[in-house]
Design a protein around this ligand. Structure first.
Ligand code: C5P
Length: 247
């Protein structure tokens, strides 16, 4: 699949557009489309602007990562995934805790729809564990006794077996996932903060350099760029850091 692998350092950047207005989307897409691989449409933007945001991004020749973290019964998620394909979404994610049957159904529904309509299939990723969860919340709230890294790896294995293309996972688990599930299995790392950026509300942050060195194919980053005094300067610094880490 041609879409699977980043070519240049900038292709590895998924920029989170966590905004409420179309005006902000236009502003940042026009400003940054030559410096990032994808623009991320997440729940905040989707619940304010709907698919208009994705349409604006696509109309400017950029790629869309739809971060909906779908989790529902298999049929509902499969049909919703096809709706994303109809909108030309390039990458999207589902939640690995939705279960293997849900993931398998999404993959086969997207496969069939792509074949039938002669479309390129989007890259499907599974979110393992949200970065807002730690061992304590995993065990106390969800009743999962398993060590957090083993749990992330278990969900990643389920995703791979279901035919999903990769996972969204913490940097701490990226190397192990690559080792056990293969180089071609995509790893996307969120909670990325360059050394010069404000941490905001992220916990267990990682630098772009460390994420790439651990094996991340893509990094998700938002406010360090969108809230920077000069977003272009900020994103160029991140590109240089990725280039350096890839050497
Ligand atoms: O602004 P910031 O760089 O913190 O943006 C992080 C983005 O990554 C947000 O859009 C958030 O939804 C997303 N994300 C995350 N942690 C995860 C999964 C996604 O921060 N585990």
């Amino acid at each position: 699949m041609e879409k699977l692998k980043p070519v240049e350092a900038k292709d590895r950047i998924i920029l989170a557009l966590d905004f409420d207005t179309v005006e902000e989307v236009i502003k940042y897409v026009d400003l940054l489309k030559d410096y990032v691989g994808f623009f991320k449409v997440g729940l905040q933007l989707f619940t304010s602007c709907g698919f208009e945001a994705a349409e604006i991004i696509k109309a400017r020749g950029a790629k869309v990562y739809f971060d909906g973290k779908f989790s529902d019964i298999p049929n509902t998620v499969a049909q919703s995934s096809i709706n994303l394909m109809k909108k030309g979404i390039d990458f999207f994610n589902i939640n690995a805790v939705g279960g293997s049957k849900m993931m398998t159904n999404v993959v086969s529904a997207c496969n069939s729809y792509a074949k039938k309509n002669n479309l390129e299939q989007p890259v499907i990723l599974a979110v393992t564990l949200l970065s807002s969860f730690g061992q304590k919340t995993l065990t106390n709230e969800l009743g999962v006794e398993m060590n957090i890294s083993n749990y992330v790896l278990k969900l990643a294995k389920n995703a791979k077996e279901a035919g999903v293309n990769g996972v969204v996972a913490p940097e701490a688990d990226a190397a192990q996932i690559k080792k056990e599930l293969g180089e071609d299995f995509i790893v996307v790392c969120p909670a990325v903060r360059p050394d010069w950026a404000i941490v905001n509300d992220q916990i267990r942050i990682v630098s772009p350099s460390d994420a790439i060195k651990s094996g991340a194919d893509y990094i998700v980053i938002g406010r360090p760029v969108t809230h920077a005094q000069d977003p272009v300067v900020a994103v160029k610094l991140i590109i240089s850091e990725i280039e350096e880490a890839l050497k």
